[in-house]
Design a binder for this molecule. Structure first.
Ligand code: ADP
Ligand code: MG
Length: 247
């Protein structure tokens, strides 16, 4: 069953059409990799799903609820309910520099105030164990390596128990020797059947972990398919050219 349904998504910045009739579904437990050249609209598409960008037309449905339908947005209350089902991990981590690692994890659930401090503390400890950073709980982000920061950002997203995790080039800002530890955490989540959409340049990760790859170019989905299919037998020249540059 589709947990995310995107249809005919459109967005322009002035004369520039950034998203042109983007249509795709994500099923529960899918790991979808989105690849494509810089400027093809990948970030805009991902940010539209969590309402960090507004689209000009089309529909986005998350777990049966419409965030936007034919260009008309749901109410602010409804939008909030829908977007909290999704967690987002950014290229540049976006940790709060003035908060410790543990405080970074706990701030959002504490603001929502639905759970006791004890429950939140248990979950932050569990997640810090899981990403191997329990000993860094009281450190400030500035003390961490990029790979550690990104692992904290992933744990922070998981604190809200999202149904879907979105990643926008989570390893692109990292030194090559630090990408492995982040990809390892993401692979672990995939093995636990987390539903994930990952914009990435890591073709190895896409091949190994994703069950579907979407190739975007110039605001359009050119083709999508199982990684073996798409990487070994791309149907379109634009996909071939991009893969030849990237593999
Ligand atoms: P990608 O993530 O695939 O590199 P983006 O979604 O970031 O692509 O950008 C798609 C296009 O939209 C690019 O041409 C970019 O310059 C343009 N763009 C993105 N954000 C803005 C903005 N806030 N204002 C104007 N143009 C933008
Ligand atoms: Mg981008």
């Amino acid at each position: 069953m589709a947990i995310i349904e995107v249809s005919n998504l459109k967005k322009s910045y002035g004369q520039l059409d950034v998203l042109k009739q983007i249509t795709f579904d994500v099923d529960k437990n899918d790991v979808v990799a989105i690849i494509g050249p810089s400027g093809s609209g990948k970030s805009t598409m991902l940010r539209s799903l969590v309402h960090l960008e507004k689209v000009d037309g089309g529909s986005i449905t998350v777990a049966g609820d419409s965030l936007v339908k034919d260009g008309i947005y749901a109410s602010p209350q409804e939008i909030k309910k829908i977007t909290t089902k999704m967690g987002m991990v950014f290229q540049h981590f976006n940790l709060f520099p003035h908060l410790t690692v543990r405080e970074n994890l706990e701030i959002a659930p504490k603001m929502v105030k639905k759970e006791s401090a004890t429950i939140i503390r248990e979950r932050s400890s569990q997640l810090l164990e899981k990403i191997g950073l329990i000993n860094w709980a009281d450190a400030y982000p500035a003390k961490l390596s990029g790979g550690q920061k990104q692992r904290v950002a992933i744990a922070r997203a998981l604190m809200m128990n999202p149904d879907i995790l979105l990643f926008d080039e989570p390893t692109s800002a990292l030194d090559p020797e630090l990408t492995g530890e982040v990809l390892q955490v993401m692979k672990g989540l995939a093995e636990e059947h987390m539903t994930m959409i990952v914009v990435t340049h890591e073709m190895g990760f896409a091949k190994e972990v994703a069950n579907r790859v979407i190739f975007m170019d110039n605001g359009e989905i050119i083709e999508s398919g199982h990684p073996t299919e798409l990487f070994e037998n791309p149907q379109f020249e634009r996909t071939k050219a991009f893969l030849n540059r990237s593999l």
